[in-house]
Design a protein around this ligand. Sequence first.
Ligand code: 13P
Length: 239
Amino acid sequence: MKKLVIANWKSHKTLPEVKHWIDEFEDKLDTSLVKDAVDIVIAPSDLYIAEVADELDTVVALGAQDVSPYPTGKYTGATAASQLASMGVKYAIVGHSERRQYFGEDYVQVANKVEQCIDAGITPVVCVDDEYVSAQAAAIRPELHSNCVIAYEALSAIGTGNTMNPAHVADVRDTIKEVFGDVPVLYGGSVTSSNVTEYAKINDGWLIGGASLTLENFWALLTAVANVSDDAGKNGSFA
Ligand code: 13P
């Protein structure tokens, strides 16, 4: 199985910065094998999904950073899963710790977002800390578990430069697979080109924040992943 790398740009970048990143990315792809070795998802602000889609939809999958827990309708300011799907979005990050911390999302809201995504044909990437893997799983209908990708993002590792010990990440991956079943498991939290390969044998991919913001750093990370993906492209693909 190819590794899945999701770039979560969070609330970074203006339109000119997005265009610049895309231009640099296109230049690299012309001369590289990375696109055959790794499944890449770009999750920009919703505002720029169309821009990324127009330029890169043949080489990356589109991601959203969040989704409404409600369908289309009278929900001012919310973006419904079916609206994202109509823009070509294939993955949506749900329950990111920053959403839980700053926007008060709870297990039930995250579960409702999972429902909306699956109804719209979008794969939910459910973020969990090890403290609440089971509580979050319990809130999501069991029959939906197999449709999820789970991202283990330790609170202490996000944006801090303090990555989690790979042995601990492996333990959490095992817990995730016990409660969600044999779903793809990603790791996120201060992952860079220097440490990404430490997790290559443990997880199915990564959720990348800061190291996805400049093309230079992101490209170094993708190249490192491609170099360890011996079976890349031979056993199927996420995107
Ligand atoms: P950093 O890679 O900046 O630590 O962010 C991780 C993250 O939150 C990705 O969703």
